[in-house]
Write a protein that binds this ligand. Structure first.
Ligand SMILES: C[S@@+](CC[C@H](N)C(=O)[O-])C[C@H]1O[C@@H](n2cnc3c(N)ncnc32)[C@H](O)[C@@H]1O
Length: 204
């Protein structure tokens, strides 16, 4: 069943890609990635994988600051936009990260894992952990707060997308099975129900 939902996600993001490429970056997203860049520098981490890279705006930011970036996304249209920005970008599913173990010093994922059903989260986190080297850091940003999942019937995108939202406690419990939590912060972005769950994680 998730394969159908995944195909719908891919189609939905393919259709939105051009429009999303025109979006400016919210100030809180700019702050999140700036903070992550300072963590990369502090720990001398240079090989970065972005999963769910979208139009590649964050990957470009890190690349322009001297980081060696690999960008991956499910949507071929998103990947085309990433390549137009001279990124090393390829279509790839986070369920199947096709890299040798320990390939990256760091991983950045903003609002991609909110499309992973709760039942699959452990599998996806295991795959992410595998391609990250020991002591490497993983930034995970997802919207959440209320506990719910399913197709968002109010979605203005077509096909309507699947979302999985965790409570702060359940998300931390789930990731703690795979990573050390260096920092968890709820970030208010002005939504009445949701907030960004910002996690800095480490492979130990
Ligand atoms: C909400 S967008 C976020 C894009 C970008 N990270 C940003 O912050 O602008 C979610 C992205 O995750 C990608 N995505 C969703 N499911 C995926 C999967 N299973 N594997 C890889 N990418 C996926 C989508 O194609 C989309 O580009």
């Amino acid at each position: 069943m998730y394969s159908t939902m995944k195909l719908q996600l891919q189609q939905s993001y393919d259709r939105q890609a051009r429009e999303r490429d025109q979006f400016g970056k919210d100030h809180w997203k700019v702050a999140e990635r700036a903070l992550f860049l300072s963590t990369l520098r502090e720990h001398h981490l240079n090989r970065l994988l972005e999963v769910g890279a979208g139009t590649g705006q964050d990957s470009v930011f890190f690349q322009e600051h001297g980081v060696v970036v690999t960008a991956r996304d499910l949507s071929s249209e998103m990947i085309r936009l990433c390549r137009d920005k001279h990124l090393d970008a390829r279509q790839m599913d986070i369920y199947n990260l096709d890299f040798p173990p320990n390939s990256f010093d760091a991983i950045w994922s903003m609002n991609c894992l909110l499309h992973v059903p709760k039942a699959d989260l452990a599998e996806v986190l295991t795959g992410i952990r595998q391609v990250l080297r020991m002591e490497g850091v993983f930034y995970l940003g997802v919207y959440g707060g209320p506990d719910s999942e399913g197709i968002w019937e109010g979605d203005s995108c077509e096909p309507k997308r699947f979302f999985s939202f965790h409570t702060d406690e359940s998300l931390q419990r789930a990731v703690a099975q795979h990573f050390r939590i260096l920092c968890f912060r709820p970030v208010d972005y002005g939504h009445p129900l949701l907030h960004l769950q910002s996690l800095m994680l480490q492979k130990v």
